[in-house]
Write a protein that binds this ligand. Sequence first.
Ligand SMILES: *Cc1c(COP(=O)(O)O)cnc(C)c1O
Length: 717
Amino acid sequence: MTPPQSRIPYLPARIEGLAAIAMNLFWSWSTEARGLFASIDPLLWHRTRHNPFELLRAVDPARMAACASDGEFLRRYDEVMALLHEVQSARGTWYEHHYGAVEAPQIAYFCAEFGLHNSVPIYSGGLGVLAGDHCKSASDLGVPLVAVGPFYQKGYNDQRVNPSGWQEDSDQEFDVNSTPLVRVESASGEPWLAVVDTGGRPVHVQAWRMMVGRVPLYLLDTNLEANHPDDRTLMNKLYAGGPELRLRQEWILGVGGVRVLRALGIAPAAWHANEGHAAFMMIERVREHVAAGLSFGDAIHAVRETSIFTTHTPVPAGHDFFSFEELEAVSGPVWQAMGVSRDELFGLGLHPGQPELFHMTIAAIRLSARVNGVSRRHGQVSRSLWRELWPNRPWEAVPIGHVTNGVHLPTWMAPQVMALLDEHLGRGWQQRLDDPALWDQMLSLDHEALWRAHLSLKQVLGAAIREDARGRFARQHTEAAQVVGAGTLLDPTAFTIGFARRFATYKRANLVFRDLERLRRLLTDSRRPVQLVFAGKAHPADTPGKEVLQSVYRFTRDPSFEGRVAFLEDYDMHLAHLMVQGVDLWLNLPRVPLEASGTSGMKAALSGVPQLSTLDGWWQEGYDGTNGWAIPPAGEADDADAVDAERCYRLLEDQIVPLYYTRDARGVPVGWVERMRHAIRLGGGRFTARRMVQTYVREYYAPATAGDGAPDDPPTA
Ligand SMILES: *Cc1c(COP(=O)(O)O)cnc(C)c1O
């Protein structure tokens, strides 16, 4: 590992602060900072997929020297440096205004993955991107948050699709020196910060820090010489290996995470577990309280008061659980230090009426006085799902609330749309994000200007698709049909529908292929052609998901669809940006009620891309008849898939495609742009991570840190 300053070999003194900008991920959501890096060498910026380290290492030194004496560049540089200092000082923030100034972190936020930028591939999908957006918004708002997660040195999985349509997975190699990660030194001089017993051996844990604006994110890893060779690779990959490895990763995350924060002298007043993977963080705190003299019961009470748990999964099978034997093999006899039996401790994760299984979600519910789902609908689903924990209550009275997810506006709104808002609202509009009247003003955006901004984004997507296909043709594709399947024949003017997300079967990427004749008529209509662009990875162990991917992939190569179906490989945050901003319609077809929230449709809305979705997750509260289209619930239908497919075709045929192709004399589809305006109003006004984090602060963090006893309603079963 090279020290941070030598990640970037040489910078002229006048602009050496570029290294400091690169070392704080704040650059990734600052229009000014991104523009500054891009202006150094636009082509190189593009080629590095927006990685400032790779840019600054590869750029011609003569070009850097020229920047250092270019008045306009220096003016922009000074502006970004001032912004960085403002972020770091965190004065005058929303949080300070409402809750007073604080110096030290108050809230610890644990998650098994963080999606912050594609250059740091420690995420697999929606959960990680949500956690990343949470940290960025906490930084914007000045919330004193510290985040903790695992450091996956081999990332998640790179995706290749072979000629027969089968997904092949490989490690995501990434170079720490091309990220803002810094290894944290311990006060004792040892290379590790904490030691956790697991699998009968002590495992040493080190940490890496990444600054996300003003929020520090600590990533844990066990790749140390002091560890047994088998333990050094424990944290290598995200969601890799079987349940045992996963359990060990979660044990390190929870127990190691608390101990690392202690070693760093950080004393959070509230602890937030984002999804059940982090539940062991609560067990470790029970142990701490008992060690400090509390009884087991009082320790549980103390942990409950200060814990917040967010559940994301609407089906029981989606929650991790382990047998008591498996857990004991990983944890060792931890109950002994807590003065209870194994069954008493592990019983915290027991599902009433089920044999000896430890459910991470149930343990987290028992150990948190504040529990929430991630959309209004998912709140209801969760109350019903966990009602057996409160057998004396009607399910509606189960104390689980909801905070609907949101997305980070400065990360996801297209720069072209931001520029349009600068013109329409004046440059200071980003200071008024909390004012609902601001979002009503979207309804008077100029039709033609919004349409032109959209067309330019559609062009960017088209160019990126062709460039990627060209690269794969040269490096990897073996058949011409694969080049067609990668989207090279897409028509830049045709109505383009985007569908991109994990290939989990409940998301039903293949639903539109139920009636091939009908779909073919829709796509190949010569006056009003339609095209479909897919992307997404299946979990490496999810064979049914891979089969769905394969079936979709085969249609990309079917000549009877005339090249109007494409599959883009290797979906990540970079491709997600291009897609949510550059297609005409976002398609979302989860089987109700299996989508807890969903967030990609919110990202699309921020750039004026309306969605067509089943009424699940966030769409159930977001859809209002003007901002997109909804497929109503299939009810008790025997074949819900058939009913949903029929409704999807009908909407496309009767309403959506005709509206898109109805143009005025200027060529502007005014009725369509009307939906676009409403989509931006919806996304910006109600579904941002800013609103989400403000809600967490008001309803959960502030009461928990103030020691306001939650109305303590512990499960009774
Ligand atoms: C937003 C995002 C997701 C989540 O999309 P959903 O609509 O919630 O399924 C997954 N992967 C990436 C890369 C994303 O950016």
